[in-house]
Design a protein around this ligand. Structure first.
Ligand code: IPE
Ligand code: IPE
Ligand code: MG
Length: 247
């Protein structure tokens, strides 16, 4: 039986986030350059986005490029940026047909002009769609985001717009790049690494973490469904006791 049939359709997570890792190792195992792994990763993205839409996930965030990834060899960085432009162009029509909306989180000012242009054009084209919201984390890191939020709030205090006592959870979250987006309930990381690599540290405070040995280019929607089934079999307690949750 496929994992799709095992899903409890009344308990689909609203927001799933994915750390797409293992492209380089996938390429090496196939005797190829790292960029070949990134190229193959596009098919995994396509399948995952399709699967998320099929089962009614509302938000899917994909960690595609971290702040730290800028320090990789420049030919790899350039190839990744080129691949982004290509993938956005190639996929916009498909995303439109699937009623997908696109968003981005991260320090997009650091992206090459062409990437930024294509990205915001695509976001604009898809802005009226009402299905899945696909969020790309690009030039993103959680520490960057938290620092940015802190700066914005400090400025508001310095300008006497708010008092320090008014800095609460709500105000803090409103200054994160994920403002208005519910926290991910499920975080998936591929490639057998057990770390967060500076991704959504604030937002995953109570997320269920799911790790798989699969390398990203091999990941397909069936793997997403498997992760969601696993998620559905967990008891989320949020600090309470099991008895409190059951009643
Ligand atoms: C993930 O795959 C993609 C990016 C971080 C851009 P990697 O490129 O990190 O692949 P591995 O982890 O080296 O195998
Ligand atoms: C995390 O993968 C970032 C993305 C998937 C975009 P990395 O490959 O950069 O993470 P580390 O270096 O193994 O922690
Ligand atoms: Mg990696």
């Amino acid at each position: 039986m496929s994992f799709k049939n095992k899903l409890n359709t009344s308990k689909i997570p609203r927001h799933v986030a994915v750390i797409m890792d293992g492209n380089g190792r996938w390429a090496a195992r196939h005797g190829n350059e790292r960029i070949f792994g990134h190229e193959q990763g596009v098919e995994a993205v396509r399948s995952t986005v399709e699967g998320a839409g099929e089962i009614g996930i509302q938000y899917l965030t994909l960690y595609a490029f971290s702040t730290e990834n800028w320090a990789r060899p420049q030919d790899e960085v350039q190839a990744l940026m080129g691949l982004l432009v290509y993938a956005i162009e190639a996929e916009t029509e498909n995303l439109q047909k699937s009623n997908v909306r696109l968003g981005v989180i991260g320090d997009t000012d650091k992206l090459p002009e062409e990437v930024r242009k294509k990205l915001f054009e695509c976001i604009d084209t898809l802005r009226h769609n009402t299905g899945l919201t696909l969020i790309l984390a690009l030039s993103y890191s959680s520490k960057w985001e938290i620092l940015e939020a802190t700066r914005k709030i400090a400025l508001a205090v310095a300008e006497n717009k708010i008092s320090p006592a008014e800095i609460d959870l709500e105000r803090f979250e409103a200054n994160l790049s994920t403002a208005g987006i519910p926290d991910p309930e499920l975080l998936i990381r591929t490639s057998g690494e057990y770390r967060l690599s500076n991704f959504m540290l604030w937002q995953v405070a109570y997320a269920e973490l799911y790790f798989t040995e699969k390398l990203w280019p091999d990941f397909r929607k069936e793997d997403l469904f498997e992760a969601v089934v696993d998620f559905q079999n967990r008891e989320r307690r949020f600090g309470l006791t099991s008895e409190q949750i059951v009643s």
